[in-house]
Ligand binder design. Structure first.
Ligand SMILES: C[S@@+](CC[C@H](N)C(=O)[O-])C[C@H]1O[C@@H](n2cnc3c(N)ncnc32)[C@H](O)[C@@H]1O
Length: 262
């Protein structure tokens, strides 16, 4: 099986959401390059771990520090069995490599800065260094106990280029701390995607994922489709352009992703 990208729609369409103010009212309209109400949604074919590892040349060097950390009892005590199992699952690995795949097509990220909001054990941050050579990556994470595992996954190899910041993404100082890219693959874990996106300053790139895994007890804000995630992101007043909308169908659930510009 190959990692293929195919367009569901016949047309390749990017939506431009233009806004302007006229007589004190804000009007919103969409410009489409072919027809109104037709959007392209990329569908990425699910791959097994073996296929992902082969395709992305994911080898032990990328995961070795993470695995090593699990032998340290101080680190192990901060992680649940589910954290370790789920962070290395086919679905999580595929979702993170999908981010890398999409970002690699949307620009050159070398030396650029990014913040991953709710970056968990830090594997996405590590992939961003290893695959895209980001200049600096911050993991803004609510669970401060995860600082230790993030030291192993990122700081040990990239001491000058990684920061773990403990905190709530809704209370973060977005004016003082600015990045080129804002990543949030935990959309299903946060109460409002719109509120979060509206905190991001103008002229920034935003990548957000959510999924339809409603049965998971920690998932408080799932979506049913790529369209629903698209609509939630579009609701944010500061979003000017949706660059990408896609889905990754997996055996247990489907993950959705939107890349937007503020
Ligand atoms: C289970 S994990 C990650 C799942 C997701 N699919 C991913 O890999 O990106 C969700 C993470 O989001 C973090 N989180 C949830 N709400 C947050 C908030 N308001 N601010 C910062 N981090 C948050 C949690 O602590 C957790 O580490």
């Amino acid at each position: 099986m190959r990692w293929v990208s195919k367009h569901k729609s016949v047309f390749s369409i990017y939506w431009i959401r233009a806004k302007w103010t006229h007589f004190g009212k804000t009007h919103i309209f969409n410009l489409v390059n072919f027809s109104i109400n037709t959007r392209s949604i990329d569908t990425f074919t699910y791959m097994t771990h073996e296929e992902l590892f082969a395709k992305y040349r994911l080898d032990f060097s990328t995961l070795s520090e993470y695995v090593m950390a699990c032998y340290d009892p101080r680190i192990l005590s901060t992680l649940s069995f589910e954290d370790i199992r789920d962070s290395l699952s086919d679905g999580q690995t595929a979702s993170k490599l999908w981010v890398i795949d999409a970002l690699s097509k949307s620009g050159n990220w070398e030396s650029k800065s990014a913040c991953v909001f709710g970056g968990w054990v830090g594997l996405l941050c590590r992939f961003m260094f290893d695959y895209l050579n980001f200049g600096h990556v911050t993991n803004l994470e609510l669970n401060t106990k995860l600082r230790g595992i993030n030291w192993f996954t990122n700081e040990m190899k990239y001491p000058e280029r990684f920061a773990f910041v403990g905190g709530d993404m809704y209370d973060f100082d977005y004016e003082t701390n600015q990045f080129d890219l804002y990543v949030n693959t935990s959309g299903e874990h946060i109460p409002s995607i719109k509120t979060w996106v509206e905190k991001i300053p103008p002229g920034k790139q935003v990548l957000i994922q959510s999924n339809n895994y409603f049965a998971h007890p920690q998932h408080i804000n799932c979506v049913n489709s790529a369209q629903e995630l698209f609509d939630k992101v579009s609701e944010a007043k500061n979003v000017n352009l949706i660059e990408y909308s896609g889905e990754l169908i997996m055996p247990q659930y489907t993950r959705f992703m939107v890349i937007a510009k503020t």
